[in-house]
Design a protein around this ligand. Structure first.
Ligand code: 5GP
Length: 144
């Protein structure tokens, strides 16, 4: 998948928005949905996706929808910080397969970091235990 192309309605995150496949949800409103990454790079790795646009990446996101979406990204990052008390937080986003993107619906990663703990590789970490994800999500949800 290159940087530019057609938005595919059956991508995983579109299906999550439509409720066709499950996710461990931490936050949702009319603008964005946040849920636990199934293959987390660290404990608490959360994804925030926009609901109002069919944008494959940041470059395709309509400018008039960007501000409200980024507010949600910050809101979720603050809740992750309050819930998990990490030493740092990576907020990152990939555009196009050569940049590391694997799911082609715009998303920001919120990745808590602990001092001295190395990060699991992007796209190479194993699938998380659903019960552990639910426990982390419950802590994050409690901070909204
Ligand atoms: P990208 O590689 O596009 O920047 O990020 C896609 C992210 O989605 C990865 O971190 C990957 O672990 C995560 N992911 C892939 N499939 C699923 C899924 O079915 N459910 C959830 N919750 N996360 C997924």
């Amino acid at each position: 998948m290159s940087l530019h192309g057609t938005y595919e309605d059956d991508n995983i995150f579109a299906k999550i928005i439509k409720g066709e496949i499950p996710c461990v949800k931490v936050y949702e409103d009319d603008v964005a949905l946040a849920f636990m990454d199934l293959f987390p790079q660290s404990e608490g790795h959360t994804l925030v996706i926009p609901k109002q646009a069919k944008a494959r990446n940041l470059l395709e996101m309509p400018g008039n929808l960007l501000g409200s979406y980024m507010q949600r990204v910050q809101k979720v990052a603050k809740a992750v910080e309050a819930a998990l008390k990490p030493d740092g937080i990576v907020v990152t986003q990939f555009n196009g397969a050569p940049a590391g993107q694997t799911v082609f619906h715009l998303h920001f990663h919120i990745i808590p970091r602990a001092e001295g703990e190395s990060l699991k590789g992007h796209g190479t970490s194993g699938q998380a235990d659903p019960a552990e994800l639910e426990a982390l999500a419950a802590k994050i949800r409690a901070e909204f």
